[in-house]
Design a protein around this ligand. Sequence first.
Ligand code: ADP
Length: 365
Amino acid sequence: MSPILDIQNLRKSYGATEILKEINVAIEPGDFLVLVGPSGCGKSTLLNCIAGLEPITGGSITIAGQDMTDVSPKDRNIAMVFQSYALYPTMSVAKNITFGMKVRGVDQATQDKKLTEVADLLQISQLLNRKPGQLSGGQRQRVAMGRALVRDPALFLFDEPLSNLDAKLRVEMRTEIKKLHQTLNASIVYVTHDQIEAMTLATKIVVMKGGVIQQIGTPSEIYNQPANLFVADFMGSPAMNLIPAKVSKDGAGHRIEIARASQAPLVLADPRPLDLPADVILGLRPEDIAEAGYRSGDQVQEAACMVDMVEPAGADTYVVSSLGGKQVTARLHAETSATPGAALNLAFDLAKVSYFAPGSGERLN
Ligand code: ADP
């Protein structure tokens, strides 16, 4: 398969300020690509470059095999859904959805057919005569998507489409967008600052920071093998524990020593034949630290740790312990007897550990 979208060495500057640096990413037909990163990292700028709303400073963008350099936004065979929805307030829902087709000179019968299909798909058939002002946020969102869907484009672009909705509706619409993607097998580029949205929707995630791609991968690759400290910290909630540790060779594997203020150092053994420096940042997700007896596996190691805080969260209880000068969070079962100020045997799954270089922040294993 040839990529539906291929971005090579893309650069974008505003005046002397470089906003996007050497962006290289490609997606296959049917991919759901999510651009994620903190506010200001360049996600929307990249999306606007793909849409042709912003000229690029260098590199190339190819959509469905065609170089987009001299192609205007309306000829790019894309449809965009904006955060603001950008609906025409004086037009009915039906007119909002069909307006683009009318402008392009699509015949009335085709317009009607498309409108019916898309209204059915989005379950807004009963709303077609209303004006945008008479709709809820979620309904407006559906109309904005309907307008994109009737174009049947090569590529859909979504710019934070759920950020104006309240928390519950966001989750509902997220599921709807995922269903829609599965039904249509559409190719999508989707911008969000919400890492959970990225994880749940994407087939492929691009994590950005300061206009630079930090990692491209499947949600599982990004979550389980973060490329650097930034990705490790940004993706996942509660965040991955990132603990300074001393490492020494021990047979084929390593001895890991983590300093503690009020106890002897925590010593763990990683039998994996890795190439590690003497100082590392050890990364372990909260769910990979359990209460002793609740986790099994070849490389699960138990150690008594002082509990500083216990935070019940319904299905789970989070326990915080101070390790290597960091507040380390463990995700325990709800019935744990963990008590603040008392020691608890914790089980660390060494098979899940990521190592990072303290200076560069790059992944080491
Ligand atoms: P994000 O979508 O990740 O929040 P943006 O792409 O909106 O980030 O912005 C990236 C950077 O580009 C920001 O620092 C922003 O201030 C800057 N920027 C965006 N648009 C312009 C513009 N028209 N002129 C100058 N700088 C801009």
